[in-house]
Ligand binder design. Structure first.
Ligand SMILES: [Fe+2]
Ligand SMILES: [Fe+2]
Length: 262
């Protein structure tokens, strides 16, 4: 059995602090074989830098996924080209700038290989190639190496996430949605054996608008004027899912949501 932790979008310094305070205890309690997190908002809410990626890896995260905010910090482009464990969506039309998938072996289980694939949605977000066709192709390329594949589908709409999850059911072990920063309560094992949740949620301020101070966002809704958004620092919460996978078949055995005050 392989035990995975997937942490939702980490928002700025309060999110990083929440990971630093909770992850060691969770790791000691559960003994995860692999920890994956979405880091697209780790730098002040907008993107991620090489320094922050290294900081998050240093906190015990093994693989970082991302999404539409991945290009917010120009500096990260060189890092994405390097040999590290920060992914950008595999279906972004950006050629060889970074990679969208990898295969990794847990330190304590060197005989086990786990594939991680990052995909982006196309509804109400930026340009991307088809996550269905491209996603399936990327996953099928990993299959000769491993039956354990985790997908982070960074997308806005519930319907696109439902559809891709069911399209990939049986082909992947864990399918999680990210990007809305609001955790959904629909975690389950799909008929083909894929553990699924529409959105993992975030590590960020509970009383915020998707991690940002609410007053600015409310003002923008009221008057339509551009606002400088700022990360909400109070009451950070840690949202994640824990999944157990049968390593011989790649089928999920369980999925459980976490929503913890940090
Ligand atoms: Fe995000
Ligand atoms: Fe996003």
């Amino acid at each position: 059995m392989v035990k995975l932790l997937f942490i939702g979008d980490i928002i700025g310094r309060p999110g990083r602090r929440a990971v630093a305070s909770l992850l060691p205890g969770l790791k000691a309690e559960h003994g995860f074989d692999l920890v994956i997190a979405n880091g697209e908002n780790a730098a002040g809410g907008f993107g991620i830098t090489s320094k922050i990626a290294d900081e998050l890896f240093g906190l015990g995260i093994d693989v970082l996924t991302s999404g539409n905010h991945i290009w917010d910090q120009k500096e990260v482009e060189a890092y994405l080209r390097g040999d590290n464990r920060l992914l950008r969506p595999a279906n972004y039309p950006v050629g060889d700038l970074g990679r969208g998938s990898l295969v990794i072996s847990p330190a304590q289980l060197p005989q086990v290989k786990i594939g991680v694939v990052n995909l982006a949605g196309r509804v109400f977000v930026g340009p991307a190639d088809c996550p269905f066709r491209e996603g399936r192709e990327v996953i099928e390329k990993l299959k000769p190496e491993t039956d354990i594949v985790v997908v982070d589908f960074h997308a806005e709409t519930t319907s696109e996430k439902n559809a891709l999850g069911l399209y990939l059911d049986g082909l992947v072990s864990l399918f999680v949605g990210t990007h809305t920063h609001v955790q959904t309560a629909d975690e389950r094992i799909l008929p083909g054996g894929t553990a699924y949740i529409t959105d993992v949620g975030m590590v960020g301020g509970r009383n915020s608008v998707i991690g940002m101070k609410s007053d600015r966002v409310i003002k923008k809704f009221l008057d339509g004027m551009p606002q400088r958004y700022e990360v909400e620092k109070s009451e950070p919460w840690f949202s994640a899912v824990i999944a157990e996978i049968d390593e011989s078949s790649g089928r999920a055995l369980s999925i459980r949501r976490l929503n913890l005050p940090a």
